[in-house]
Ligand binder design. Sequence first.
Ligand SMILES: [Zn+2]
Ligand SMILES: [Zn+2]
Length: 279
Amino acid sequence: MITDSHVHTLYFSGDGKMTVEEMLEAASRSGLTSVVITDHYDDDFPHDMEGPMTFNLSDYYSAFCTWTKASRGKISLRLGIELGYQPQLVQKYADLSGQIPFDSIILSNHLFEGKDPYFFRDCYDKEKSDLHNEYVSSLANMAEESDSFDILGHYDYIVRYSPKENPVMRYADCPKAFDRLFRALISKGKSLEINTRTIQKLRKSGVSEIDSFPDIEILDQYRFLGGKRLTLGSDAHEASSVAGLFSETARYLIDLGFRYNFTYIRRKERKSRFEDFLK
Ligand SMILES: [Zn+2]
Ligand SMILES: [Zn+2]
């Protein structure tokens, strides 16, 4: 099983740019055997956006059933969702998680102090360690308060739009916040996503290849505390990013001692070997 556990389509994600046909073609070219469609569901989003930030779940499920037929068994399609966390949504998302037969649920935080850092740039005036401490602490709160998810999405999201000269996130920026986040994930059996879109964005902003990968110390500490579940996700919004950097990232993770990519079918975990992702 070679799975991309995080992709967006143009039908249900306001910022998605690919059709399912384009996604399936890209997935086949990349050697994937399965893909989890995880369209955005950001309830109570604080700003007006061009497209809607939520969708009707039954429409999503009907569309998924049609897409499954269109994939004609070449690629195994799975039903996922990316939930945008805010503290007041915990119960709402718990209810939502049982409404259609999800394979896997990513829980993400796209906000910093209640605002989208892509549009509201004030947060980047903060010292890097303060910025990272506040963001990772918000993820720790999220992981402690929520149970209705399988994968914690892009722990390093806040670095994606950072104008800082060296935007890379390090364990040393906020060790206590990371430890609290990891303890919550590990005790609940949740997986930590390795999001290759962040790696791509860092490289585009001029960060070197080696520094663009997740900090060794972050992953060493996760493992030291007992964390073994990692999930690769490309967070592709366009076909060219499907399975982006999967082979290189799998190699990096193997070298750090991680052996398995964790995915989910009907919310039950499945392990596959990172070795299988190597080209
Ligand atoms: Zn996201
Ligand atoms: Zn996403």
